[in-house]
Write a protein that binds this ligand. Structure first.
Ligand code: 2M8
Length: 420
């Protein structure tokens, strides 16, 4: 499947729905390539970082100039990135969760004793400055007060686009008046599997708001109508900073700053903990309120690392009816939204279905925290499920039906990693 989606040095997320290179997809996809060809895995990241802005921002999409006009919207012209994106590399102007250092670290771990070690270490030396600039941008432009938590300015930045987490902050965004084409709807069996037109009109308005300030982050981080401290994004950054601290030594640097950054974010996440429900909650910066939807993001501290007690509570909750242990599930894999949450929808995008890369992150967090049995149980359920569905984009948690795009690269990639 990866070879089928390979565009020569980079991989599209799926053959028709997603014809460009996506940021966090590329990191997961690199994990899959690492099982076949470590050099190709590092190249996947290299290609993505060609699109890195001088500020350090890594765009969520690096556009393929050869993809047909209108094959994906919003396309390159909508973003008006002239003067920001590197010359000759069309990109979007928002970002996605920073899984990249974590992926590169894992690729390196696997290569340590093998013939690919020198290739991977050369890649680490090349990419280390890019990764430092990327994390630094997140910790300054997107956290100007040094809270340890990252502010996102568009639901697409979370990667969990239409999660019920964003219903309240998105509702106050005035929808765009532009009537835009929805090519995405041509590639799924049923439009009910994708975000609705109302969501899209607001997604579009948020892109227009960023274009209106010419992508000035200092302004946008104060004025964008959607501003949220995202706990899952921040937890991934903490884990990625831990990984970067180790990559630093390979590149001949000291990793202490990255370790301190990771600790600061772990401490900030601890402050977002709701003890009664045992969940970590996002913060809406527009009205200062907690975002209360019960979603998979509540488990963010399992990915960043947390205290032994808190981790134990999260593990219990993960396998309870609040998540992967709900009796109505076809497979005991965490749904993107809890089955008993009022907004749960088993078929619509990030509002209920199970997503393999998110399961992979939770599995990775369990293994790192030493919960080996939990990690094995989760991986076995996920692989069992995908053995039946094939490498689809997401799965209806109640019926086990494959949804979204088929031939989704990051699904194939995490399966390769699990099987290896
Ligand atoms: C989905 O997001 C894009 C927008 O970025 C879309 O719906 O068109 C999300 O699932 C996102 O997390 C993912 O990176 C992307 C490509 O797989 O698709």
């Amino acid at each position: 499947m990866l070879r089928g989606n390979d565009r020569g040095g980079w991989t599209r997320p799926s053959p028709s729905l997603y014809p460009h290179q996506w940021s966090w997809d590329a990191a997961f996809i690199a994990l899959g390539w690492a099982r076949l060809d470590a050099g190709r895995a590092v190249d996947e990241l290299r290609h993505l970082f060609r699109g890195q802005w001088a500020t350090g921002m890594v765009p969520h999409i690096v556009f393929d100039p050869d993809a047909a006009d209108g094959s994906y919207e919003p396309g390159p012209a909508t973003w008006h990135t002239e003067g920001h994106a590197p010359a000759g590399v069309p990109t979007s102007a928002i970002c996605q969760p920073p899984v990249h250092a974590l992926a590169l670290h894992r690729i390196w771990q696997r290569a340590t004793d093998g013939p690919d070690r020198a290739t991977v270490e050369a890649g680490i030396r090349d990419l280390y400055p890019n990764l430092v600039a990327w994390h630094r941008w997140l910790r300054t432009a997107r956290d100007p007060d040094g809270t340890g938590l990252v502010t996102i300015l568009h639901p697409w930045e979370s990667g969990l686009d239409n999660s019920p987490r964003w219903d309240v902050p998105l509702a106050r965004v005035t929808p765009s008046a532009t009537v835009a084409d929805r090519p995405d709807l041509r590639h799924v069996a049923d439009p009910g599997e994708r975000p609705g037109d109302d969501d899209y009109a607001r997604y579009r308005a948020l892109v227009e708001a960023l274009v209106a300030v010419d992508h000035d982050q200092a302004v946008a981080v104060r004025e964008q109508p959607f501003r949220v401290q995202d706990v899952l994004f921040s937890a991934i950054l903490a884990a990625a900073d831990d990984a970067l601290a180790e990559l630093a030594t390979v590149a001949g640097h000291d990793g202490a700053t990255h370790r301190a950054d990771a600790d600061r974010t772990r401490a900030a996440l601890a402050e977002r903990w709701d003890a009664e429900s045992a969940r970590c909650l996002d913060l809406d910066l527009v009205d200062g309120r907690d975002l209360d939807a019960d979603t998979v993001a509540a488990f963010a501290p399992l990915i960043s690392g947390a205290s032994v007690d808190r981790t134990a509570r999260l593990v219990d909750r993960l396998f309870s009816p609040a998540s992967a242990g709900h009796p109505a599930l076809a497979w005991a894999v965490p749904p993107s939204t809890a089955v008993d949450d009022a907004a749960f929808d088993p078929r619509r995008y990030w509002r209920g279905p199970q997503w393999p890369p998110v399961t992979w992150l939770l599995w990775w967090g369990l293994a790192r925290a030493g919960h080996r049995r939990g990690a094995e149980t989760l991986a076995a359920a996920a692989v069992g499920q995908l053995d039946v569905t094939g490498c689809c984009e997401y799965v209806d948690p109640l019926t086990g039906e494959a949804l979204g795009s088929d031939a989704q690269s990051w699904t194939a990639a995490v399966v390769l990693d699990w099987l290896a």
